[in-house]
Design a protein around this ligand. Structure first.
Ligand code: XBP
Ligand code: MG
Length: 266
């Protein structure tokens, strides 16, 4: 039977609630810094997240604004400038107050490292956003944890296009059926599936109720064994390391071994 050789991590929403606590906040601060009255509340940002890529999201939003520049060149220049400002403000937020990693993420990463399961980052966020987040939580040598790091700048087409997963797998020298992707959004799931890679979903703030098609498992997060479909057995005792009843690498390997039984989670 094929062994699980790698875990491919999405970033925003999966490693941390960076959309809610970082990007949206930073976009609004960037609008303010540019003297614009535009603001994205949670509901609007949730809609806009269906557009992948911060600059692309800005361009999309401007399509429905009467006070956005009319000329395409000016609109493009404004989106680029706002996006650069947003990323700088995001870096300040992450380095300053900080955004915690979701519970269970670092623990699973450690387990992967200790058991020889390789890891990659497969994100369409900007590289600078990833760097500042993981440096803060994993130290200056964070990149050494990953056999491949593929970000927004490394692809021509962002998720839901499979390119980011295809590149990550190629860099690891693995086929898609030797790895599991961990995602939080329908677009991310679609990208992994289009790369033929089994995918599991840890629900995040903005995609908590989004219908998920074709995942091997869906649950509330790596911190708990409750609420997962397919269900996880409850562990009779707390593990020796004292952590709560979190999802373990063995659980992920178990779902992976049943990867032909993909399901829709409406
Ligand atoms: C998330 C994205 C990104 C972020 C913002 O990608 O779509 O656009 O919202 O980052 P993923 P940028 O879930 O694949 O990590 O402003 O750098 O695009
Ligand atoms: Mg995501």
């Amino acid at each position: 039977m094929t062994q699980l050789r790698a875990v491919l991590w999405d970033v925003d929403g999966t490693l941390a609630e960076t959309e809610r606590d970082g990007h949206r906040v930073a976009f609004n601060l960037a609008f303010e810094a540019f003297g614009l009255s535009w603001r994205w509340d949670d509901a609007r940002y949730g809609e806009l997240l269906h557009v992948t890529g911060g600059r692309e999201r800005l361009m999309h939003d401007m399509d429905s604004r009467t006070d956005a520049p009319l000329l395409a060149d000016e609109r493009d220049a404004l989106a680029r400038a706002l996006h650069a400002k947003k990323n700088a403000l995001y870096a300040d937020l992450v380095a300053g107050t900080g955004i915690p990693l979701r519970e269970g993420v670092l623990e699973l990463m450690r387990e992967c490292r200790d058991h020889g399961v390789r890891m990659a980052i497969a994100t369409t966020t900007s590289r600078s956003n990833l760097e500042v987040l993981l440096r803060r939580h994993m130290g200056n040598r964070w990149a050494g944890w990953f056999g491949a790091i593929v970000c927004g700048e490394d692809v021509e087409r962002k998720k839901p296009d499979p390119e980011v997963f295809v590149k990550a797998l190629k860099a690891l020298g693995l086929g898609p059926l030797q790895a599991v992707a961990i995602e939080d959004s329908p677009g991310g799931v679609a990208a992994a599936r289009a790369a033929d890679c089994p995918v599991l979903v840890t629900r995040s703030f903005y995609f908590g109720r989004a219908p998920i098609e074709g995942a091997i498992a869906v649950g509330p997060g790596l911190h708990t064994r409750e609420g997962w479909r397919p269900a996880l057995a409850q562990r009779p005792q707390l593990p020796a390391d004292g952590t709560a009843q979190r999802v373990r690498l063995a659980d992920i390997a178990g779902w992976f071994s049943q990867r032909d039984m993909i399901a829709d989670f409406p």
